[in-house]
Design a protein around this ligand. Structure first.
Ligand code: ADP
Ligand code: MG
Length: 322
């Protein structure tokens, strides 16, 4: 905005011209206005279009796309309904604020890389009776645990809905204005290993600080060679008591030995993770398996079209009725 080429800093030729025209308008007022009505209205509309062009320029310069999109409509309404200037200004400001929030959330949604379609609305809480829906909803509202850098750990066998629930909580938090990153743990660890090789691990971990919540999906899938580099431990240690982690795991803590290089580091990592944590156990059978079994057990949908066999049966029945 401070660049010498800025529209705000350019010599104000548009205004000068406009002032000239105002001068002329005054002269017409003192003479007969009826004699020259067409010229006057033409000048006003020219002045208006110059104003409009200038407003658009200034709004670009000030980076106010929300105001730019809405002001002609609001200005017309304001003129028509005779709004006080403060009301017009408040309406513009409110629109810009709402537009900025919407755009920010859209950006956060794109950067969060959440799996598609995993929402709290589509999560069937009845299938996981040991889960308190009220507790999950409170976690999805964020605030306290994210502000204090506490963690959320989801345990359970494969297919029980850990990834779905973790992603759904992440989505609700993004919608609420928080910054979230969803990652398969092995992918993220791989990225951090590359950073370590390039002597940039510290800055890579620091960059993740911008996320209020990091979702590490399937922590137990970290491979042996990944465990040996200990980047995961460094990440956990760096976020401890500052930034939250949501971790999903098929394996209970007792089997986390192979995620970290040695026993001492495993214990140190678990210690930091659980110090301020909510742990949700989702010990249910696989949802996919349950749905498949339910489908097999149910009588199935009636066929949309009659099958040849059924048509034969109808014909026989009809024949016997005659
Ligand atoms: P996990 O991560 O525990 O292995 P997922 O979250 O990947 O399990 O769940 C497997 C599939 O079943 C996904 O398509 C998920 O959307 C669905 N699913 C699991 N649990 C539920 C549930 N309670 N309600 C709705 N869908 C579920
Ligand atoms: Mg999963």
């Amino acid at each position: 905005m401070s660049s010498p080429r800025s529209a705000l800093c350019r010599p104000n030729r548009i205004w000068e011209k406009r002032h000239d025209q105002h001068g002329e308008l005054h002269r017409y007022h003192s003479a007969s206005t009826a004699a020259r009505p067409r010229k006057r209205s033409g000048m006003i509309s020219m002045a208006n279009s110059i104003d409009t062009a200038r407003v658009e320029l200034l709004l670009n310069e000030l980076r106010l796309p929300g105001v730019k999109a809405i002001w002609p409509k609001l200005a017309a309404q304001s003129d028509k309904e005779g709004w006080p200037a403060a009301r017009f200004l408040a309406a513009l400001a409110e629109h810009e604020a709402a537009d900025r929030t919407r755009r920010r959330i859209e950006r956060h949604m794109a950067e969060a890389r959440l799996p598609a379609g995993k929402t709290l609305a589509t999560f069937d809480f009845e299938s996981v009776p040991m889960l308190s829906k009220a507790q999950v909803m409170a976690l999805a509202a964020g605030d306290v645990w994210l502000k204090t850098g506490a963690n959320l750990l989801l345990f359970g066998p494969p297919g029980g809905g850990k990834t779905h629930l973790g992603a759904a909580i992440g989505l609700a938090l993004v919608e609420d204005g928080w910054r979230v990153l969803f990652a398969r743990t092995t992918d993220l660890v791989q990225r951090l290993q590359v950073a370590r090789r390039e002597l940039a691990l510290e800055s890579a971990i620091a960059k993740l600080d911008r996320y209020d919540l990091l979702i590490l999906d399937d922590i137990a899938y970290v491979s042996k060679d990944q465990a040996e580099t200990s980047v995961l431990f460094e990440l956990i240690a760096a976020r401890y008591e500052r930034r939250s982690l949501l971790i999903t795991a098929n394996q209970p803590f007792g089997e986390w030995g192979r995620i970290f290089p040695d026993q001492a580091m495993t214990l140190a990592a678990i210690d930091r993770l659980v110090h301020h944590a909510t742990i949700l156990e989702m010990n249910v059978e696989s949802y996919r398996r349950k749905i498949a079994l339910d489908r097999r057990r149910s009588p199935g949908r009636p066929p949309v079209h009659a099958t040849p066999k059924e048509l034969d049966k109808v014909a026989i029945d009809a024949g016997s009725a005659v």
